[in-house]
Design a protein around this ligand. Structure first.
Ligand code: UGA
Length: 472
């Protein structure tokens, strides 16, 4: 099929979660006509009123423009949306089951609904992260459903000239690589677009769809595309666990992780991204996808040793700040600990698998008084960990604290004045779980600074080093 560059397509996106909502909104802003189908009535009402249920910079504004131009609409009626659509995205959740495998219930339900309702040709694009082989299974499932409806489709005049009802639905796997907090930027400027299909018709339509995006396109088979998604998240998680282990080693040997990571990153075979040591990775993707990948390997009879270690190291790393607190405070009971940052990373209100949850739960279990502050995620956190008192500001959280623990590198925390922190506190321990504060300034304010893999601050030595650098 000829590539239809610049042409507006009619799109249906199933699922108004993170991926569906941002993808649909961005595609509408490219000029395509998009209907996002969402079953949850309360969410649907909110979205139809132009309000976004998640915190994602720029999303509400862009969605407002799309709604105004009528390129974007919301609906709960999949069958009607399918009557118009040329391309249908599946962006439903694939949460972890208890054994770590991805729960495919929502993907299967959507496949069945499509098989029951389809009357015209579509390209079905799976965006949900699914185990290798799932898109093939979805394709078989939808095609079997369409074959069962052959007579009905013939009566409707919907059977393609070839006589093959299967041609009504080409299934493609197209992984999503967006990051929360910068989803719109990632969608408009992705590192790459991966299209898992062997269908020329589907490829033509998708190239038209993504015509406004300037990024390399890799076309491969569906299974390889599915593997690329898991392998990418697994590798990034590996980088994080690796640098966290190096950080712990730095601390044990007197090296400094920031210089080590910088020195490593200058080698472009290694690269300087994702080498920020800290309290471990969280969020809705890395924890879920690493576990699912491990399960995929187990099912295939393969022992994926590195990945198992990556997951274990991350679990241990979340508790690193507790170890640091234990080094400075003989007993955590009745100590007041302030947690700055509760979201799994900045620019989001998402607390799924956030290290803050593990840290707070452990502190509460040890009898500490825990007060937390986050610019966006406090509400979500309060529902998840009820025993934590929520403060309205960082300053309020710090008041009377024995120790302050920074868990999320929100920009507003970088501007905190160490002397003001010291003044508000009862104690003098500051744990920088993201290595974003200046140890020297913090120490000069009379606080005991601990980072993750940072060398202990010697103010005299630091002064000498500074003078030496100035002389050079
Ligand atoms: C991640 C991937 O980066 C995206 O490419 C992918 O599309 C997405 O998962 C997904 O599968 O949907 P996200 O979870 O939004 O995106 O956030 P990241 O920015 O990747 O951060 C994940 C976690 O790693 C955070 O807790 C962050 O604090 C931590 N991290 C990241 C580190 O501890 N150190 C680093 O150097 C980088």
């Amino acid at each position: 099929m000829q590539e239809r560059s610049g042409e507006a397509l009619r799109i249906c996106v199933i699922g108004a979660g993170y991926v569906g909502l941002t993808t649909g909104t961005v595609l509408a802003s490219f000029g395509h006509t998009v209907t996002i189908v969402e079953k949850d009535q309360a969410k649907l009402e909110l979205l139809t009123a132009g309000r976004v249920p998640i915190f994602e910079p720029g999303l509400e504004e862009l969605m407002g423009e799309d709604l105004e131009s009528k390129r974007l609409s919301f609906s709960s009626d999949l069958a009607s949306a399918l009557e118009e659509a040329e391309v249908v995205f599946v962006a439903v959740g694939t949460p972890s089951s208890t054994d770590g495998s991805a729960d495919l219930g929502a993907v299967e339900n959507v496949s069945d609904e499509i098989a029951r309702a389809l009357r015209r040709p579509i390209v079905l694009v799976i965006k949900s992260t699914v185990p290798i082989g799932t898109s093939d299974a979805v394709s078989r499932r939808v095609h079997a459903g369409l074959r069962r409806r052959s007579d009905e489709l013939a009566a409707l005049g919907a059977v393609p000239d070839s006589g093959r009802v299967e041609e009504l639905c080409d299934v493609v796997f197209c992984p999503e690589f967006l990051r929360e907090g910068r989803a719109l930027l990632d969608l408009v400027h992705p590192h790459r677009i991966v299209i898992g299909t062997r269908s020329v018709r589907a490829l033509g339509l998708l190239k038209t769809l993504f015509a406004s995006i300037d990024a390399p396109i890799l076309v491969t088979d569906r299974r390889s595309a599915e593997a690329i998604k898991y392998a990418s998240n697994g590798f990034l998680a590996t980088k994080i666990s690796f640098i966290n282990e190096i950080a712990n080693l730095c601390e044990a040997t007197g090296a400094d992780i920031l210089d080590v990571a910088k020195g490593m990153g200058l080698d472009d075979r290694i690269g300087d991204r994702f080498l920020q040591a800290g309290v471990g990775y969280g969020g809705s993707c890395f924890p879920k996808d690493t576990k699912a990948l491990l399960h995929i390997a187990e099912t295939a009879g393969y022992e994926f040793e590195i990945l198992r270690a990556v997951i274990d190291v991350n679990e241990r790393q979340k508790r690193r700040v507790i170890e640091l607190l234990d080094e400075h405070l003989d007993d955590l009971a009745r100590r007041k600990i302030a947690l700055l940052g509760l979201a799994f990373k900045p620019e989001t209100d998402d607390i799924r698998e956030a290290p803050s949850i593990v840290v707070a739960a452990e502190l509460l279990a040890r009898g500490a008084e825990v007060v937390g502050y986050d610019p966006q995620a406090a509400g979500n956190f309060a529902n998840e960990v009820p025993g934590v008192r929520i403060a309205e500001s960082a300053e309020e959280a710090i008041q009377g604290a024995d120790a302050v623990v920074l868990l999320t590198e929100w920009r507003e925390f970088l501007g905190l004045e160490p002397s003001a922190i010291k003044l508000g506190m009862r104690g003098d321990i500051l744990i920088d779980g993201r290595n974003v504060l200046d140890p020297e300034r913090v120490s000069q304010a009379g606080l005991r600074y601990r980072g993750i893999g940072r060398r202990a601050v010697d103010l005299g030595e630091a002064q000498e080093l500074r003078e030496g650098r100035e002389r050079c």
